[in-house]
Design a protein around this ligand. Structure first.
Ligand code: AHR
Length: 534
């Protein structure tokens, strides 16, 4: 999206003229007034909020990323080129790997060395399929390098040992010629790798080992002491972030979990090395097992799912408040390192593969959650949508050599300018969208300012039936030009398919800038991102 391009500006004027036709004579609603004071800024919207999650699950890694050295699908060192190119455009800040539940049964030594010598193991969590271990440590870091991202490793606490995890980190990061560093060099990588983020366990209260908070805490302290990053370049400025397992939902036991970890962190002694974040897992699901369909749903299901997704805000607020008691300076972040929609598996797929379609509704879910994270940017500094390819709320779907970008992908791309931008508070009356006993805000608005001074607005219309007219006025800046895009589709459950890959794709926004401010027409069920230049 180029702010100075005259083409989107012209398109915006033309588009505005067609709004009356789209409304088919219905009495227009009064415009919703949004006021932005660009001189009032808040926290930085950490680019790590746009992290991805790639687990050994279904077709997330095998087929989605790794096609093998003999594949006819264009690839670089067995990693598919189309996927790499698409992900590069998202400026993915970090990729969490290898799980998920898979991480607590993963033994890294099985995934290094010559491919043909690697043992096949099982993946009991996800369909009981064979795990060939052909995508291991070096392949993951190659992939991360190809897409220009950073590694977020989850180490095995559930069925591993501190020694196994410590060895993995030494293997990866030691610069001195230790036996492990030499083994790494023999496997093709002489220089130490950079590991940006380390997760100590995953959902240790459940698939990660059914631990109590106290038991996990004792593990966390040991792993925090012994699992070290030796990379000389990461001792000060680029210090590896450590993420502890945190809460996973609304149950009272999770409040206790957060209390337990944070209380202990506050009273820590020198030998408990730094802790940078507590994870929070929260999926958009009305109840487990997920029964809502990812495509072919009605408006009631649309509203129920959006209502469920907005619960993210309360959950973050609840756990931030607990953290504030022990960490008022917000040194420990909340890392929402698993979030996204979780629907019933697509008919005909292995239920353990968590395959689902991705619709206009998911585009709204993505925008609404990112907006929530940004509003909590002082505490929420890392997030990972689940999952990157072919699993749950994916960016990308593949079918053999074919690849499509989902509506969620497009939202992540539209939001790239929000990475590292500074939050700007906005005032607006969200209005109401009511459906079958559910009342939701009709619109949502996020504003942020980037380093060049461009003010970015994200405008979401939740109402699937009525367009919304937004008039934004600016204080603290003079708005001189703009450009923007809108994402929507013909129906609430419109999706991209391998036959129609661009059914849901961004189009120029319908907007006009004049002395009164910026007027934007939001189509029903849409996400619009506009950059306004001073
Ligand atoms: O993302 C799928 C699974 O959901 C992850 O493996 C686990 O951490 C969570 O329960």
């Amino acid at each position: 999206m180029r702010v100075t391009s005259p083409l989107p500006f012209l398109a915006a004027l033309v588009g505005l003229a067609s709004v009356g036709v789209a409304a088919q004579g219905a009495a227009p609603d009064a415009p919703i007034a949004v006021s932005v004071d660009a001189s009032r800024t808040g926290a930085t919207i950490d680019r790590n909020l746009f992290g991805q999650f790639a687990e050994h699950l279904g077709k997330g890694i095998y087929e989605g990323v790794w096609v093998g050295p003999e594949s006819a699908i264009p690839n670089t060192r067995a990693i598919r080129n189309d996927v790499v190119a698409a992900l590069k455009d998202l400026k993915v800040p970090n990729v969490r790997w290898p799980g998920g539940c898979f991480a607590d049964e993963y033994h890294w030594r099985k995934g290094i060395g010559p491919l043909e010598a690697r043992p096949a193991t099982l993946n009991p969590n996800w369909g009981g399929v064979l795990e060939p271990n052909t995508f291991g440590t070096h392949e993951f870091l190659d992939f991360v390098g190809q897409i220009g991202s950073e590694a977020y490793l989850s180490v095995n606490v559930g069925s591993g040992t501190p020694a196994e995890a410590a060895d993995w980190l030494e293997y990866l990061t030691a610069a001195q010629p230790t036996a492990l560093a030499e083994e790494r060099a023999a496997n093709g990588h002489a220089a130490p790798y950079g590991i940006a983020i380390l997760g100590i366990g995953n959902e240790s209260w459940d698939c990660g080992g059914n631990m109590s908070a106290e038991y996990y805490l004792s593990q966390l302290r040991v792993y925090s002491r012994f699992v070290r990053n030796f990379n000389p370049a990461q001792q000060a400025e680029k210090r590896m972030l450590r993420v502890a397992v945190g809460p996973g939902g609304k149950e009272p036991r999770f409040a206790e979990w957060t209390e337990t970890i944070m209380k202990s962190w506050k009273g820590r002694q020198w030998s408990w090395d730094h802790l940078d974040a507590l994870s929070l897992h929260n999926y958009t699901v009305v109840r487990f097992p997920p029964a809502y369909k990812s495509v072919g749903f009605d408006e009631q299901a649309y509203a129920e799912i959006l209502q469920a997704t907005l619960e993210m805000d309360g959950l973050i607020a609840e756990h931030s408040a607990i953290m504030d008691k022990y960490d008022p300076k917000k040194e420990v972040a909340l890392a929402v390192d698993e979030w996204g929609s979780w629907y019933a598996p697509l008919p005909g797929t292995n239920p353990g593969f968590l395959a689902q379609q991705n619709s206009v509704r998911d585009a709204l879910i993505a925008a609404l959650n990112i907006n929530i994270f940004a509003r909590h940017a002082d505490r929420v500094r890392l997030a990972n949508i689940a999952q990157m390819i072919n699993v749950l709320q994916a960016m990308i779907l593949t079918d053999g050599p074919k690849m499509i970008r989902t509506p969620t992908y497009h939202v992540f791309k539209m939001y790239v300018p929000f990475q590292q931008a500074t939050f700007v508070p906005v005032a607006f009356d969200a209005g109401r969208y009511v459906r079958g006993g559910i009342t939701l805000p009709r619109v949502d608005v996020l504003a942020a300012k980037d380093a060049a001074g461009t003010l970015w607005l994200s405008l979401t219309n939740l109402d699937p039936n009525r367009p919304a007219e937004i008039t934004t006025t600016f204080a603290g800046m003079t708005a001189r030009s703009f450009a923007g895009e809108t994402l929507t589709g013909p129906a609430i459950d419109s999706v991209n398919t391998f036959d129609a890959p661009d059914a849901v794709a961004p189009r120029p926004a319908r907007a006009r800038l004049d002395r009164r401010g910026l007027s934007v027409t939001l189509p029903p069920k849409s996400v619009t991102v506009i950059g306004v230049r001073p």
